[in-house]
Design a protein around this ligand. Structure first.
Ligand code: AMP
Ligand code: ZN
Length: 114
């Protein structure tokens, strides 16, 4: 995906502050943090949004959640808790069309939507 900024981050064409990386997943700090800890987790394979998941993608989605817990343990906020958000499509407020999971921590989130 040539014009995708997150694919460019994966390729190293745009710098990022990496938190975790393996052959399938990259986690890096959000450039405009909404909390003291705001990390984005993305599959290295370009998937545009949750709406574009295909058969077989559930493996990578499950793995992203285990990496979230690994980061939460390493960074010491597993006890206090955290929030994970995925925006999908226009009504979901998605701006970057490469599937990403927002991992937010370090403060209490009072804004309860559900
Ligand atoms: P969303 O609105 O769910 O699509 O979220 C996109 C997120 O990507 C926003 O929180 C942005 O701050 C973040 N973002 C955009 N460009 C970059 C970048 N170059 N490095 C890190 N985070 C970015
Ligand atoms: Zn991409």
């Amino acid at each position: 995906m040539e014009d995708c900024i997150f694919c460019k981050i994966i390729k190293g064409e745009i710098p990022s502050d990496k938190v975790y990386e393996d052959d399938e997943i990259l986690a890096f700090k959000d450039i405009n943090p909404a909390a003291p800890i705001h990390i984005l987790l993305i599959p290295k394979k370009h998937i545009s949004s949750l709406a574009d998941l295909k058969d077989g993608d559930e493996k990578i989605i499950g793995k992203i959640y285990t990496i979230i817990n690994k980061i939460a343990k390493e960074q010491g906020f597993i006890e206090n808790g955290y929030r994970v958000i995925v925006n999908c499509g226009k009504d979901g407020g998605q701006e970057v069309m490469h599937l990403h999971f927002h991992l937010l921590a370090g403060r209490q989130f009072g804004e309860k939507i559900i």
